[in-house]
Write a protein that binds this ligand. Structure first.
Ligand code: HEC
Ligand code: HEC
Length: 377
């Protein structure tokens, strides 16, 4: 019974996810921005996608992948791992929550954000969404699951829509299949090439990439496969992206955890500039990287970590006097929030932490995190 309901909800949620008729433009489905062919990430190399009634409103952030979100913990300012996961005595600081700034805890609530955002699906109210819903060909399936009266009540219908979308996004076959070459390697069913193996070693080495300190690469104590994130919110101090329309206003800053999209922690200066560490699973399919979509090439995304502090002039604009304006997307008082742990931070003799060949190795390793590796070779 419960299983049949879950299956029916998954199928309904899938139809909703792919239905552009739920948007004010009639052209924008969840899947338009979250393309299943790209790990449910952005379908193109644009930094941000256009939405709104006329599809002319630019968003503020890059589209994240919707895969491997099932283990994202609810947002917490003081996150302690369970003994099963790691060391339960360490306060990991702000962690978890959905979206780049962790402001939504559950998938069912998250769906309201794009449905009602003026620069995404642009419905004015939940009632608007439900009006569109009533005209769809799948209302019978809707009523069969939620009861004949569900569509008569706007708030019940809107909640039901959120539930169906959430159940679809929690379907393991589609959203967390763990079918990458790396998963096959962990299970002893595949071998990494020498270059991929070097990349993995560099990724994990605390004195080299140290990537795994945030993008966890090992199976948890309780056997959970690696998610390639610890869900922590961190400031990387990325350069400002002039392509984002809102950035034309020099007084506007997307400060992540302290706002303005999120409003509950606006007075916490130490949180300004922090964004949630994304999983790196399927990252090689992406053509736009980081919260502001500044980078369009995976190798360059990795190079940022190497060059930010050794060759900042490659990344940041210069002031009139020729000095480099480092961390130009953060007002000065917040620049101390920027993470300085390896691979970031000052280096002895200003030597890059990874050579060009080592960056290539890490990129090769990241290619093993793409789902769809043949499971029975
Ligand atoms: C116009 C493009 C666009 C559309 C349409 C869209 N999204 Fe998104 N989605 C985004 C962006 C951009 C973000 C990041 C938002 C942020 O951080 O504030 C996001 C974030 C998310 C997240 C959080 C991911 C994470 O890593 O925490 C989920 C879940 C999600 N979207 C699901 C949906 C669903 C379900 C729909 C349809 C009801 C949808 N999206 C429609 C662009 C879009
Ligand atoms: C201190 C924690 C930390 C470390 C160490 C770290 N990362 Fe990240 N990584 C993040 C955070 C946080 C983001 C998102 C930042 C943002 O967009 O503002 C990110 C984003 C990325 C992205 C972009 C993903 C996307 O979907 O846009 C890539 C690629 C990446 N990291 C690779 C690496 C590699 C390779 C290393 C090691 C050389 C590494 N990271 C080390 C925290 C970390």
């Amino acid at each position: 019974m419960a299983y049949a309901r879950a299956e029916a909800l998954t199928r309904l949620g899938q139809r909703l996810f792919f239905d552009p008729a739920l948007s004010a433009s009639g052209k924008l489905a969840c899947a338009t921005c979250h393309d299943p062919k790209v790990g449910f990430g952005p379908p193109n190399a644009l930094a941000v996608q256009a939405g709104g009634k006329d599809l002319q409103q630019l968003g503020l952030r890059a589209v994240p992948s919707l895969k491997y979100l099932q283990t994202v913990p609810q947002f917490s300012e003081h996150y302690f791992e369970s003994d099963d996961e790691g060391d339960a005595s360490i306060d990991n600081g702000p962690t978890g929550g959905l979206t780049w700034d962790g402001r939504v805890d559950r998938h069912r609530d998250q769906a309201a954000v794009p449905l009602l955002s003026p620069f995404e699906m642009a419905n004015a109210t939940p009632g608007d969404v439900v009006k569109r819903l009533r005209e769809r060909e799948y209302t019978e399936a809707f009523e069969a699951i939620f009861g004949a009266a569900v569509l008569a009540d706007d708030s019940k219908a809107f909640a039901a829509l959120g539930e169906a979308l959430a159940v679809y996004q929690e379907d393991s076959r589609t959203f967390y299949p763990y079918s990458s070459k790396y998963d096959a390697y962990l299970a002893g069913r595949a071998r990494l090439t020498p270059q991929e193996a070097r990349g993995l070693a560099l990724f994990e080495d605390p004195n080299k990439g140290n990537c795994a300190s945030c993008h966890r690469s090992r199976v948890g104590n309780d056997g959970t496969p690696p998610q390639f994130t610890d869900y922590g919110l961190i400031a990387l101090g990325l350069p400002r992206n002039p392509v984002i329309a809102a950035n034309a206003d020099s007084a506007f800053f997307d400060l992540g955890l302290c706002g303005p999209l999120r409003s509950d922690l606006a007075d916490r200066a130490e949180y300004c500039g922090l964004f949630r560490t994304p999983s790196l699973r399927n990252v090689a399919l992406r053509r736009t990287f980081f919260h502001n979509g500044l980078v369009h090439d995976l190798r360059r995304a990795v190079a940022f970590y190497v060059e930010r502090d050794t060759e900042p002039e490659k990344w940041y604009p210069r002031n009139a006097d020729g000095t480099v304006r480092k961390f130009d997307d953060l007002p000065r008082p917040y620049q101390t929030n920027v993470n300085q742990n390896p691979p970031l931070g000052p280096r002895p003799d200003n030597r890059p932490v990874l050579t060009a060949a080592e960056i290539d190795d890490i990129v090769a390793f990241l290619g093993t995190l793409t789902d769809g590796f043949p499971q029975n070779p």
